[in-house]
Design a protein. Sequence first.
Length: 313
Amino acid sequence: MKTSLFKYMMLATVALTACRNSNHKADAYGNFEADELIVSAEASGKLLSFNVEEGQTLKAGDTVGAIDSAQLVLKREQLQASIRAVAAKSPAISAQLAVFEKQLASVRQQLATLDREKRRVENLLKNDAATPKQLDDLNAQIEAAQRQMEVVLEQKSASHASLSTQKGGLLAEILPLQKQIAQLDDQLAKCRIINPSEGTVLVKYADAGEVAAFGKPLYKIADLSNMTLRAYVAGDQLGAVKSGQQVKVFVDAEGGTQRELSGKITWISPKAEFTPKVIQTKDERVNLVYAVKISVANSDGRLKIGMPAEVRL
């Protein structure tokens, strides 16, 4: 009697365990990934410094190295000297026009004196104390002074136009040099290796002292504080998932157990694909599935790129 009861209890335990296991079957499988960024050199030259180590956490905007820029600095100084040489040829327009201003001032003063003399002679002529010839002579002198002023003004205008043209030509020579300096400034800035985004260095491809060429990879970085689980769901499960949905993610832990994490679906593929080889058996790979991306927080850093995980909706 006791033996039969013991067998009955054992069978019930097995059935309950099987039921539990069926209820906890994963709805999707996948692997963790992160947005990886390869930082490359934007200039050519010797790496004077390169302070990057694998596993190091960097912030966006950190200066992590420098490329030799001596030749660029010398080229910039040469262009600056060329600009100074061209500028030295530029005419001093104000100084040269000042000569005409002095002539004009002298003629104006002469006209003012003649005008006062004319008024005095006109008053004398009314009282018969002067002759008409005196007035005619003064009018002739005034006309001559006015013609002289017109000539000086024309000379000043012509000189100003000529000097402005000359100066404009010199400025036209300086502008390309200034643009070349701006280009060098941009190249000099790119000799400093600036980390573009916050994250952890995954791979280091170069060391200080090596010669870097434009476009040569220097290191790979990724933000591991928030991982993305790319999982695959079958077509008949597609109706049970939606963007923004909270799901349970399970990863392997110590002692054969699983650690439960919270995840959020951020993307669902609009088209079906064959199940990837890394997910299921060969027979099951012929099935069509839909890829989904699930965002999972990795504050403790225990999740790694490529780590497998299960998803339960």
